[in-house]
Design a protein around this ligand. Structure first.
Ligand code: HEC
Length: 229
């Protein structure tokens, strides 16, 4: 029986029925696999297409991002966002409008607060107060000059003597200086109630004092920009 099967192989019937049949089957399998291993399919150079759902999602995200930028960036104007800006400000008032008190408060927090303190009281004997200061509520040009070029040596504020130094802040823009001085002169936080300082005033004093290369002394200021001048 086994000889018959060997001759007839591959048989039409099922070779697994016999032990020899299995052997032939194994040999054939081996041959087929050898061929397969030798002749691998050509590597494909096609791009695998993105799944449609992903394509749609990416397109949707691009459109959404574009709309979002158009609606909320306000031409990347850094002064558009003002935490204190009145929430009910008229929408078509234009995004260029700057809230000087909000900008002033921020400028103060970033540049002045370390010495003059959040409540404007300064530190006794070291940093003079801005709250209730006769200087702050006096001639605004004097204040602009101080912020632009700093102040050093002995000064007298509200009857107290200080002998320290304030660094110049001439690198701030006119608008920031006008804002910070408007803030210190009129914020209820300090109890001050003086007129605002405008950008034009800052530009004027910047121009007038362009030769000043050192911090002011009080004597210089008293002469050029007296408190009640
Ligand atoms: C490094 C600490 C320091 C910083 C920061 C500083 N100041 Fe002063 N400021 C002083 C000192 C000290 C004096 C007094 C100078 C002296 O003793 O000669 C002074 C004086 C003043 C005066 C006049 C005196 C008075 O108290 O009224 C004003 C106004 C003033 N500073 C405003 C500002 C503003 C506005 C800023 C922020 C833009 C600022 N200062 C940042 C230390 C500082």
């Amino acid at each position: 029986m086994s000889d018959d099967i060997r001759k007839q192989y591959p048989p039409d019937g099922n070779p697994r029925e016999t032990f020899e049949g299995n052997r032939f089957e194994d040999a054939r399998m081996q041959r087929v696999h050898d061929q397969l291993m030798r002749e691998r399919p050509e590597p494909s150079e096609n791009f695998a297409p993105l799944p449609l759902a992903l394509t749609v999602l990416v397109m949707f995200l691009c459109v959404w991002a574009g709309l979002y930028l158009a609606k909320y960036t306000f031409e990347f104007d850094p002064f558009h966002y003002n935490e204190d800006r009145a929430a009910n400000a008229v929408a078509d008032e234009g995004p260029k409008e700057v809230d000087m008190m909000a900008l002033g408060k921020r400028t103060f927090s970033q540049n002045c607060v370390a010495c003059h303190q959040q409540d404007g009281q300064g530190q006794p004997g070291v940093y003079p107060p801005l709250a209730g200061s006769e200087w702050v509520q006096g001639n605004p040009k004097r204040l602009i000059a101080i912020v632009l070029h700093g102040l050093a040596g002995e000064v007298h504020v509200n009857g107290e003597t200080y002998n320290n130094a304030m660094t110049p802040f001439g690198r701030l823009r006119d608008q920031q200086i006008a804002a910070v001085l408007t803030y210190v002169r009129s914020t209820p936080d300090f109890g001050n109630e003086s007129d605002p300082v405008t950008e034009d005033m800052v530009a004027e004093v910047r121009d007038e004092t362009s030769d000043q290369s050192e911090q002011w002394s009080q004597d210089q200021l008293d002469e050029l920009y007296p408190i009640d001048g």
